[in-house]
Design a binder for this molecule. Structure first.
Ligand code: NAP
Length: 201
């Protein structure tokens, strides 16, 4: 089994993205799995939409949306050389417009623009790559890890990082007849992998 290799990558830095792709090409010549996991959450004031600054919005989109497109486009030629490549975009249930606007849903009380809307944009990005690549072996899906205790939320989540990662692993190892172009995971629950499924966009 080959050893893990560290590749330095800042998804907001074009030169860094290009050199990461060149390194993978030079050392391996192919890429089987791309997990676009990098993400940030920022807010202004109490986090209300009316308090949102464009600077914060731009900062979050640079990583959560533009970074994913930059890395995916740089890596796609290598992914297309794989017999069964998988792209996993780590999204969130708070990017699901259907779930966020459900007045009886668990996220009924949340109202914020930067992070949730960046994940909604990422969901569309996912759906569009899946559409473009539907006649290739590449599957492109969005993962919802659920609310996990990590640095992103000051460790307030009620799931572990390991539980959140299970969703990405599932999508990264889908069989040939698995789905492409879906948002997959749990909706605001502590349940295990058995309760995972397709979530509404
Ligand atoms: N935690 C949750 O409840 C939750 C729920 C739903 C979705 N998610 C998503 O899960 C993913 C992982 O988040 P997390 O909870 O594990 O948060 P985290 O502990 O804050 O980790 C975020 C990761 O993103 C990396 N990152 C940030 N900006 C980057 C950039 N410009 N270039 C490269 N890497 C960058 C960070 O690297 P450095 O440490 O080097 O900065 C870090 O490894 C994110 O996409 C997040 O939106 C999290």
């Amino acid at each position: 089994m080959s050893q893990p290799r560290f590749v330095q990558l800042d998804v907001t830095d074009e030169a860094s993205v290009t050199s990461a792709a060149k390194l993978v090409e030079a050392e391996f010549g192919v890429l089987d799995i791309l997990v676009n996991n990098a993400g940030i959450a920022r807010g202004d004031g109490a986090g209300k939409p009316s308090e949102t600054t464009l600077a914060t919005l731009r900062e979050v989109y640079e990583t959560n949306v533009f970074g994913v497109v930059a890395v995916t486009n740089a890596m796609l030629p290598l992914l297309l050389r794989s017999p069964a490549a998988r792209i996993v975009n780590v999204s969130s249930e708070v990017g699901s417009i259907a779930s966020m606007t459900d007045p009886d849903g668990p996220m009924a009380g949340m109202a914020s623009i930067p992070y949730p809307s960046s994940k909604s944009a990422l969901n569309m990005v996912t759906a569009m790559y899946a559409k473009e690549l539907r006649d290739t072996p590449v599957k492109v899906n969005a993962a919802n890890p659920g609310y996990c205790a990590t640095d992103l939320n000051g460790n307030s989540g009620f799931r572990t990082a390991e539980q959140g990662a299970e969703v990405s692993v599932h999508l990264a190892t889908l069989p040939a007849d698995g789905p492409s172009g879906v948002l997959w995971g749990h909706l605001w629950t502590t349940a295990g992998p058995e309760s995972c499924g397709v979530l509404p966009w």
